[in-house]
Write a protein that binds this ligand. Structure first.
Ligand code: C2E
Ligand code: CA
Ligand code: CA
Length: 734
């Protein structure tokens, strides 16, 4: 019954108009019938006419899709058509003559309550004048009993019509089956409801917007996206919610829809939330048109894209940055550099700083890659702090860093940044409970016509050339590019060349005499390495030792020196002479150096005391316990160890007692201060007496004049070395 209730409730004006038309038509037919009857009585001639009208009447009756029932005022069925029989579930013969109430009909009202059929089909109190339909009612109509039929929604309007007999009247009921129409309407309403429910519950923001771009209806998701409520948004101008920068573009697109240039558009844009925050969203708009094709309203979808945008931004960031340190990568660096160069006047205030860690390979090898990574992160932090927002810091890979400094006031800023890098790195890093000193070499290139001749890559190459000069000159240094570096072509090719030099005999040892200061007698020599480069001439150790260590050939170079020095000793006529060789901390530490020393001296039958190993204090401390172990092995084998560059170290002098060393070599910096610098003289004297107290061999370096030699001898230094007694010479000249 609920179905019919729903149907009945939905009678519309349209229905009423249709019914009214039908009633007028039926009344006319009935009146015609009455006239016909009168006419029949009047003349036989009229009978033919009456027959014709009767046939028409029957034809109208049969063809009408509306039902009609003609009753006497008392309620007896006088006539009815087939359509009425269908709706009432009766047949014509069985119905005519019977009272309407006896037709076993079920008639229900809008609430589903039963009605007396005569009350619906009979004379109603509103039936006034003849021929005019009155009071259409919508009822549910069906049959009970064995021939039960489905309830149909039927509109019934009744009117009084003249009967054939003059003043007597009959009741004409017109029945319009509105079931289908009601169902269609219900279906429409249902789909509207479904749309509304779907919209309300949609996870993305949806809105219906009028042609003036005002919100008519919005859903909860839309309101939530904008941090407000559905009610607050209704009637709101959609444009006002957009980010001010994007309103013009949005309006333009809306206009294009209205102009029929397109049917829909999509834009990613920012909206302003009620709390003032921005939110990124994708706006999809479609224009809905009415049946006649005129624009009617917009259907708008808004999808929060903040997260996907974030992800996209993260991807871009990832593509442009080094994941370990978060610094810019090569791609980003090149982009930044290019854009700075392209700015007018910017190139004069631009510099590039290439920065490379010293002995990073050794750290990686010794402490593992995790420790290496820690060092890189640490260095990244130091570089960032040193640059202090004055430029872009990038890691190009490995331990290669580049800082692009722009908007410079003066060249000094760059030098200051470089100094800040060295300063920041000075503090040793704690790694696996060890203190690791990290140092870096820096090459600086200022942008000018020369360095920019080949654009951004040329400027980077210039900084690289300066960097290699810095590396070659030793660790922890800064060099500024000058055109001579380009000419010398200092570059990575030096790595490859040095590897070759080791095998093809370009390396040699020169020997500098070490004399007894008492009588200048030559006691031994220090072996100093030289590279006879085929194009560049003779290179000094400062120009290539850094490169050797970078290239990871420091150890092979060290063992080469051992073999060379020991074979010199074996060749030497004077079996009392000794040779001291230099070893860096890198060359020790993996056992190969010591093994080679022991092997060569036994193989060539050289007394262990004739080969002396010189080590700097920093290399002793940096390298930790393994180096200590090797030194102990050397000492146990009878190989003396000298502490080189004595006086420049950082540890307290008492520390000296604990080192397995036999002697010290006073650093040249003290010697050169003599006699003018009283402080240098004082320190030289103090160090001399300390070393003597510790029963160390004492050698003073860099003695260039007699005065220095005399002073040092008087200060307790037993041996001396320097140009006064002779420089480093090839073996053939000794
Ligand atoms: P070092 O061990 O302090 O060597 C002394 C340096 O002072 C040598 O420079 C020498 O030529 C220079 N010199 C000697 N007498 C004087 C003087 O009277 N006045 C001045 N101004 N300088 C003097 P060189 O040969 O250029 O060596 C530089 C450094 O290279 C050495 O410093 C040493 O640390 C390192 N080195 C040299 N040969 C080797 C080697 O075979 N292996 C390793 N690992 N390092 C080496
Ligand atoms: Ca030395
Ligand atoms: Ca020295």
């Amino acid at each position: 019954m609920d179905g019919i209730l729903a149907l009945i409730e939905r009678a519309t004006l349209v229905d009423l108009v249709v019914v009214a038309a039908a009633v007028v038509a039926a009344s006319a037919v009935v009146a015609m019938v009455a006239r016909l009857r009168r006419a029949a009585r009047r003349s036989a001639a009229d009978r033919a006419e009456a027959d014709r009208l009767h046939r028409w009447y029957e034809a109208v009756k049969a063809s009408s899709r509306d039902g009609f029932v003609l009753q006497s005022v008392g309620g007896a069925v006088l006539d009815l058509n087939l359509a009425a029989c269908d709706m009432l579930g009766v047949d014509v013969r069985g119905a005519i003559g019977r009272h309407i109430n006896d037709l076993e009909l079920v008639v229900v009202d809008a609430h589903g309550l039963p009605m007396v059929p005569a009350g619906v089909f009979g004379v109603r109190h509103t039936n006034g004048s003849l021929g005019r339909p009155h009071d259409p009612v919508l009822v549910g109509l069906g049959r009970v009993g064995p021939e039960q039929t489905a309830i149909r929604a039927v509109q019934v309007s009744t009117s009084l019509v003249p009967n054939g007999d003059g003043d007597a009247v009959a009741v004409l009921s017109l029945l319009t089956d509105v079931t289908t129409r009601q169902q269609a309407k219900a279906a429409l309403e249902r789909s509207e409801t479904q749309f509304r429910v779907a919209m309300e519950n949609a996870p993305i923001g949806m809105a219906l917007v009028d042609l003036g771009w005002r919100l008519v209806e919005v859903n909860v998701a839309f309101a939530e996206l904008l941090g407000t409520t559905v009610d607050a948004l209704r009637g709101y101008e959609l444009l006002a919610l957009s980010h001010p920068d994007e309103r013009a573009a949005e309006s333009a697109e809306v206009q294009r829809l209205l102009d029929g240039e397109k049917h829909r558009f999509s834009q990613e844009k920012r909206y302003l939330r009620a709390d003032g925050h921005e939110v990124w969203a994708v706006l999809d708009v479609a224009l809905a048109r009415s049946a006649d094709g005129a624009p009617d309203h917009f259907v708008v979808q808004v999808r929060d894209s903040t997260e996907s945008r974030l992800q996209a931004e993260m991807l871009t960031h990832r593509a442009m940055h080094d994941p370990l340190t978060g610094l810019a990568n090569r791609t980003l660096l090149q982009e930044v550099l290019q854009s700075v160069i392209e700015q007018p006047g910017a190139s004069g205030r631009l510099a590039v700083m290439a920065c490379d860690l010293d002995r990073f390979k050794a750290i990686n090898d010794r402490l593992g890659h995790a420790a290496g990574d820690e060092v890189l992160v640490h260095v990244a932090g130091v570089l960032r702090a040193a640059a202090g927002g004055r430029g872009t810091v990038a890691r190009l890979g490995g331990d290669e860093f580049v800082v692009v400094l722009h908007d410079l006031d003066s060249a000094r800023t760059v030098v200051e940044v470089a100094a800040a890098v060295h300063g920041g790195l000075r503090e040793p890093l704690r790694l696996q409970r060890k203190r690791v000193a990290v140092r870096a070499s820096i090459g600086i290139a200022f942008a000018d016509a020369d360095t920019l001749a080949n654009g951004a890559p040329g400027l980077l190459a210039a900084a690289d050339a300066a960097l290699y000069r810095a590396k070659a000159a030793g660790r922890g240094r800064t060099e500024v590019y000058d055109p001579s570096m380009a000419a010398s072509g200092v570059s990575t090719s030096l790595h490859a060349e040095l590897t070759d030099a080791l095998t093809n005999g370009q390396l040699t040892l020169h020997y500098q005499p070490i004399v007894a200061l008492s009588d200048e007698r030559v006691m031994g020599h220090e072996a100093l390495i030289r590279w006879q480069h085929p194009q560049r001439g003779m290179l000094l150790p400062d120009q290539f030792l850094g490169v050797a260590e970078e290239a990871g050939i420091g150890v092979s170079l060290g063992t080469w020196v051992v073999t060379e020095a020991v074979s010199y000793l074996a060749r030497c006529q004077d079996q009392t002479r000794w040779v001291s060789i230099n070893a860096s901390g890198d060359q020790l530490g993996d056992g190969e150096f010591v093994a080679r020393v022991l092997w060569e001296i036994s193989r060539m039958r050289v007394a262990p005391g004739r080969l002396v190993v010189e080590l700097t204090e920093s290399s002793l401390i940096d390298s930790g316990t393994r180096v200590r172990h090797e030194l102990t092995q050397l000492r146990a084998a009878g190989v003396p160890i000298l502490l080189d560059d004595f006086g420049t170290g950082i540890s307290p002098l008492s520390y000296l007692r604990d080192l397995p060393v036999n002697g010290v070599k006073l650093d040249r910096s003290f010697t050169s201060g003599i006699p003018d610098d009283p402080a240098a003289a004082k320190v030289a004297r103090a160090l001399g007496s300390l070393a003597r107290d510790l029963t160390m061999i004492t050698i003073a370096e860099g003695i260039e004049n007699v005065e220095q030699g005399d002073f040092l001898y008087a200060s307790g230094w037993r041996y001396g070395q320097g140009w006064l007694f002779g420089g480093a010479r090839p073996e053939s000249e000794l």
